[in-house]
Design a protein around this ligand. Structure first.
Ligand SMILES: Cc1cc2nc3c(=O)[nH]c(=O)nc-3n(C[C@H](O)[C@H](O)[C@H](O)COP(=O)(O)OP(=O)(O)OC[C@H]3O[C@@H](n4cnc5c(N)ncnc54)[C@H](O)[C@@H]3O)c2cc1C
Length: 291
């Protein structure tokens, strides 16, 4: 199908982009890599009057270390993350997750920030952001807001972003202690969206868990932060029993539906098994960092 007619603008500065968005509000739609927006336009699920292509904006395609965090710009693509030496060192779970996304064609054009803004409940990056306690920087002509990922995802394809805002970067806190992460994904075939996936990040303090982040993919109306499961590990030695209890709590937090990919009960059990495995892998990786 062809998209409904729309006007197209390709601003060359952020200020110009923000002023166009201020002027057009809900009638305009930002486009980064176009890997989700273009299919939506073609299916006429989205019918904006104006597409604002931000692909030419300068300075948004960098991964840089800032004060206590890594800043990943709005034009950094999945393929850039998969190949980033900085992320391989500071947030290796992101490199692992990037390689699970779609296929090389999509990874070459699609962006992390675009994926987060798209807020597909089956999208992989949302869970990674939740597990890493990432923040999203939102700019409008009038202001800048920094939104925590746990406040960002509101529902299927719905976020806390306003129509006149552009997400300019995500910020990943740099862990102080030894830490490790894991992204586990079950898919029907290579390149498919997840049947279920989980992101787990653990920081250790000696033999105990200093902090833990757990994000769940494709088992609810949006990516889910398994808060109770995370808290159950705080300050504890991660014995098999403690890990099994955290995995049980994570499965309890999942709200999957029966569909062609599997029954709700099956998906909940995959969450339990994946969180258990993910925690063990993340802890082993954190210990390697420590050694
Ligand atoms: C065949 C195929 C397979 C896929 N498989 C997977 C998969 O396995 N896992 C997965 O997670 N995803 C998958 N995807 C989705 C894809 O990875 C992402 O959704 C996509 O890369 C989004 O990034 P983009 O830059 O292309 O965003 P766009 O398509 O340009 O935009 C997506 C949405 O986000 C908004 N947006 C984009 N950037 C910004 C910004 N900076 N500020 C504000 N709003 C913004 C747009 O207005 C639009 O609503 C797949 C897509 C395809 C086509």
């Amino acid at each position: 199908m062809f998209p409904a007619a729309f006007d197209y603008r390709a601003p060359t500065s952020l200020d110009e982009t923000l002023s166009v968005l201020k002027q057009h509000g809900e009638a305009a739609k930002v486009m980064a890599g176009g890997q989700s927006l273009i299919p939506l336009l073609k299916l006429r699920f989205s019918r904006p009057e104006l597409v604002v292509d931000i692909a030419r904006l300068p300075g948004l395609n960098t991964i840089r270390r800032d004060d206590g965090h890594l800043a990943i710009g709005a034009l950094v693509r999945h393929v850039d993350i998969a190949g980033s030496k900085e992320l391989a060192k500071t947030a290796p779970m992101m490199v692992e997750a990037a390689n699970w996304i779609a296929d090389p064609l999509v990874r070459n054009r699609g962006t992390l920030v675009g994926s987060v803004c798209h807020a597909d409940p089956a999208g992989d990056w949302g869970s990674v952001m939740l597990a890493l306690s990432a923040e999203i920087v939102a700019r409008s002509a009038a202001s800048e807001r920094v939104l925590h990922s746990s406040d960002f995802f509101k529902g299927p394809f719905e976020t806390a972003l306003k129509a006149e805002e552009v997400a300019t970067e995500v910020r990943i806190p740099v862990r102080k202690g030894p830490s490790g992460g894991a992204y586990l994904k079950l898919e029907r075939r290579v390149g498919d969206f997840a049947t279920v996936a989980v992101a787990v990040q653990v920081e250790l303090d000696g033999d105990k868990v200093a902090s833990c982040g757990i994000g769940l993919t494709a088992v609810g109306p949006h990516n889910i932060k398994a808060t109770e499961a995370e808290r159950s590990l705080d300050g504890k030695e991660p014995t098999d029993q403690v890990i099994a209890e955290a995995a049980r709590l994570a499965a309890e937090a999942a709200e999957p539906k029966d569909d062609l990919r599997g029954s709700a009960a099956y998906k909940k059990d995959v969450v339990r098994v994946f969180v258990q495995r993910g925690l063990k892998t993340a802890i082993a990786r954190a210990k390697e960092v420590k050694a």
